[in-house]
Structure formats: structure tokens, C-alpha cells
Design a protein around this ligand. Sequence first.
Ligand code: ADP
Ligand code: ADP
Length: 226
Amino acid sequence: MVHVSLESISKVYPNGVRAVQPTSFNIEKGEFIVLVGPSGCGKSTLLRMMAGLEEITEGDLSIAGRVVNDIDPAERDIAMVFQNYALYPHMTVYNNMAYGLRNRGMGKTEIDKAVKEAATMLNLTEYLERRPSQLSGGQRQRVAMGRAIVRSPSLFLFDEPLSNLDAKLRGQMRIEIKALQRRLGVTSVYVTHDQVEAMTMADRIIVLNGGRIEQIGTPAEVYHQP
Ligand code: ADP
Ligand code: ADP
């Protein structure tokens, strides 16, 4: 079943830079798509258009059969995880995860349940009262994941989430994120420049170059061509 559909989506920035040429593809429900390509090829712009953080110049973006071009990011049923974690430094881990839910008017009991479930999944239970500055890089990234998970989104968007971590931790987090995504069955779009992440996490890889799709296929198709 198609979950996300891009129909001739393009982006021209106000300064005239054409970051994404008209691009079309479908993402199946539960699929893990990895976007790769050289710096400046348009990965981040494409992801940010899906997130509603960047206006779509032309084309239609549909999520669950509904055109969302003009729909507020908060109503798209998506969660985004960033490279720099974007945690609130003055808030505890618990409140970092609860914040968005409180804003949406969720009740205290329900919030508590959601936060504690996410904390259990992410091995954060004993860190709930700490602040981000008192956590390791991997733990901070888990909090960022937790903040995404508590909202039970139907779509995860990841913008190079592991690139600030050292190689060992990156390997570990890659396995954790993939396992969690499988378990939750959440459709995911993941931007990276790490070929190992692309090969091991993707159901399908999309290679962008100069704002166009250069290749699209399974890891085997993309990386083992004659
Ligand atoms: P990637 O994520 O693959 O590195 P980006 O999507 O960030 O690529 O950038 C694609 C192109 O758009 C680049 O040429 C970049 O310089 C340009 N670009 C990105 N953001 C902006 C912006 N806010 N204004 C103008 N040009 C931008
Ligand atoms: P602050 O970061 O301002 O000190 P608090 O830690 O006092 O905030 O928490 C604010 C709210 O979140 C309170 O309603 C509190 O009950 C709830 N809360 C915080 N941590 C937990 C926790 N570990 N379990 C349950 N509720 C919590």
C-alpha cells in the first residue's frame, strides 16, 4: 500500500537555486527509504519538504492519500529526528519527551504512559530526571528518538541522525534504530552519507545527484551493479 507519494516535487529557493528537480516516487507503508548522494544534491531539501519545514515549489506531496502541501507540519502525523538532536537543554529527559504531547493537550496519565513506554524501549528509564548535558551522545540521540516515538507518528524522517556520534556508537545506534523501526512498522525516510547505514538499513535506496534521482533500488541493486 502506498503511504507517501511524491508527484513531480521540485524546489527553487528564493535566491534562484534549483535544489530539487521535478522528482516522483512512492513509498510503501512500513518501508525504510534511505536518501544518499553527494553534499548539495538536495537530500535535506527533499526531506524538509516532506516534513513541511520547506515550501514545495511545484508538485504534490501526498501522505496516506491526502495532499499535504499546505498542511501544517504538526498535522502531518510525522516526526523528524535531527543530527544535532534539537533537545531542550533546560528540560529533563522526561519533559523533553513529554513537551510535544502536553502542547497537543494530551492528558497527564496518557503522557506518562507514552513517555515511560518509549523510555523502556530506548533504555532511558534511569535517565528520565537528567538533563541533556548529563547524557552521552548516544543517550541524547535516544532521547531525540523517544521524542519522535511518543507521538506514535506514521512517518519518521531522519536527517543524518548519527553523524555526530563516533564510529562504534554509530554502529550500535544504527542497529537499534532499525530494530525499533521494524518493531513499530513506521514508514521511514533516512538521509545519510554513510554507505554502511544505507546498505544495512534500507529497503530501498534513492541516489540523488544534482537534485535528480540518479538511481533507485534495493541495496543489492544499487551497490552491486556490474
Ligand atoms: P544536501 O542535503 O544533499 O547536502 P541540500 O538540500 O542541503 O543538499 O542543498 C541542495 C542545494 O540547495 C544546494 O545547492 C544548497 O546550496 C542549496 N540550498 C540549501 N538550502 C538553501 C537555502 N535555504 N537557500 C538557498 N539555497 C539553499
Ligand atoms: P522541571 O523540569 O520544570 O523540574 P518537573 O521535573 O517538575 O519539571 O516535571 C514537570 C511535570 O512532569 C510534572 O507534572 C511531573 O509530575 C511530570 N514528571 C516529571 N518527571 C516525571 C517522571 N519521571 N514520572 C512521572 N512524571 C514526571
